[in-house]
Design a protein around this ligand. Sequence first.
Ligand code: GPK
Length: 833
Amino acid sequence: MHHWLRHISLPSYSPDTDVKSIEKFFVHHVEYTLARYRGNINQMGAYRALAMSVRDRLIERWKDTQLYFKKNGVKRVAYLSMEYLIGRSLQNAIVNLGLEENFSAAMKNLGYVLEDLYEQEADAGLGYSGLGRLAACFMDSMATMDYPAWGYGLRYKYGMFYQKIKNGCQFEYPDYWLENGNPWEVERLDIMYPIHFYGTCKMEMVDGKPHMAWYPQQKILAVAYDTPIPGYLTYNTLNLRLWSAQPSKEFDLDQFNSGDLYSSLGDRSHAERITAVLYPNDSSFEGKELRLKQQYFMVSATVQDLLRRFRESKRQLTDFPELVCVQMNDSHPTLAAIELLRILIDVEGMSYDESYKVICKSFSFTNHVVARSNLEKWSIELMEKVLPRHMHLIYEINHHFLQQVEKKWPNDQGKLTHMSIIEESPERYVRMANLAIVICHSVNGVTEIHSEMMRTEVFPDFFKLWPERFLSITNGVTPRRWMLEANREMSDLITKWLRTPSWTLNLDLLSDLARQSDVGSLQKQWSLAKHINKERLAGYIEKTLGLKVSPESLFDVQIKRVHQYKRQLLNIIYVIHRYTTIKSMTIEERRKVTPRVVIFAGKAAANYAIAKSIIQLINNVSVVINNDKNIGDLLKVVFLPNYCVSLAEIIIPAADLSQHISTAGTEACGTSAMKFAMNGSIILGTMDGSIVELSKEIGETNVFTFGTRAYDVPSRRSAVRNGEWGVDSRFEAVLSVIERGDFGSHDFAPLLNSLRYGNDYYLLSVDFPAYVEVQDNIDAAYKIPNLWNKKSILSTAGSGKFSSDRSIKQYANQIWKIKPARRSGPISVSAER
Ligand code: GPK
């Protein structure tokens, strides 16, 4: 059969890329894939036909790339993440293929506007926040730089919830992103693995040797859904394999035969529930059984897939680390290592020591957590119930590990208690980060300051035991999506002034803009580009909220998850202060005020009451200020609902100023600041996470930083706790107008109490005076266009380091030890196969 297939050629299906061919493919998909008439196709239909035409071009490259990796026997990395915050794919695919011009012309010939069709696509929101977006940027960079890599994750039916604001309050709605189909995935019913849960373990004798056998109780199938990830201007196209849960037939049949049809259908939905919905949980940890099953489901399917592919090489399993390495995005996929250990020992019959060596050589771990209390830990009771055999193995690993600790620090009970993988009291838990550090050859933080905190505060004893394991790799973002696609105006300018388009592949070239930052004509064109982006955002604000804002005002933006540590509350408290100050001014004084539009967007976890009341406060304040005729354009407050990747792409290019004001020492990195800087937005931030490195690159005088430094946080916290910190009267005045009900009758008492009576853990009251002062400096700087434009250009010029290409190169060289494997362009069908 295979033999005969070889001789079939596909003349009409070799996807040419000229305008006429694109038109033909589009019409073909309208008629044959969508089964519609060409005269009668709406925007959504046109989007789908267009996406299919793009997909055809990706699929060929994608298959060729996989074959190329296989034939060359290259070492690969598997990137494991519970989240991928992809956003939209159509524009990204067309741009990465280098075909935006041709597609645009073809669509125009057929009566469509390409950009309008982009807007039809639903975001793939399979992640909650930074960690998930990082995984998506990393996939783009791995593909672009031709690294042999695979992404693995879960195909959630419902992504990050849809946020609506009613009367100022956040409501969460399910995000059924697959409603109009997903043209970017290929369902692979041929790639399916059984995943087992629950049951018991028994010690048995096999060939005269004791052997632990697991008799699981539940079996669910993992089906692969593959998404091609195109590299930018390379033929290479990677695979993101997302697993979806499906009931196993055998399991259903038992009940079906016993006549109980309905409960067999019940099992079906029970199985499917595993990949039904993304846990909307960031930074703080919630130990639910379904989440544990999601994690194991993802890693077990992935490890089986890695082994299947490895076996094709016909090499011994002890060689596994020479062909495969596994990067774990946070501790969530740590059970992957335990699953591999289990298979090597229980199924392959390898010894514990040999198997353990294999996993240590293969696995590495990225930590994204700062506060020790947010580290992931699973109740042992739950682990023993859901994954009894894995729990045994974890005990065994811990036993060997504690012997090493004992050897290094004899009779040090404190060290044993601290470092143990098992937490004994008050309840028994598995500490996943400890487990990950023990079994991995490398563990990295995501900025310099975060990595330093890992060495000194989060895992100091592990650092003393294995200093060589600890690395720092600063996060990055992809300049393709965040500059080239989101900000065409500015990208064209950069290409013009750098006299080369190659900065999109070598972001360090941006530094040459610094030299030209004083040039008048550049400044003029630069601010014009910003203005066009601001008009676009103003249009979006008017369309969404019915509110008119002036693009002449300073656009001041804070967009990120709503969290106490990120301090949106400090921002809105300052806005209230600014409002009352303007109100008390004479007309003469008001003329000197810099008009501002303060823009917020972000979601709060559904069960995070304080964060939700911060959203309520922002919205209530916006109602009062925006309707105050007395204030007009001097101050506007905007909360844009349903923050997501595609919304960020509109907001970021339009920002004059962006705020990253977490309490120092609480944000591991914060990747949005990198996107803002690349887009010429000036940073207002605390010396935390990425801001420390951004201000070094951009120059301290070109960013606005303020507030308590990380090393002073503990002493100031204790001063606040003990009532020794004198609170600024302006701060207190704002709290009392909120209390008085000037911003609605909502009960803001819990929010206000979180700032009073020594409760101000995030030091808002402490940092407030410095924040007011730096805001004054910003107002003054905005009044001098030359100065402001120069800072804006220098922000972009200094952001070259923050390309995810640089991050991925570091991972590849320092951790994965893999090399690019670039497949050259198409080879004729007969030559290849
Ligand atoms: C950190 F611990 C976590 C988490 O569960 N989810 C998540 O998105 C974020 N993060 C950090 O909060 C950010 O500072 C960081 O930039 C991002 O991960 C990527 O490293």
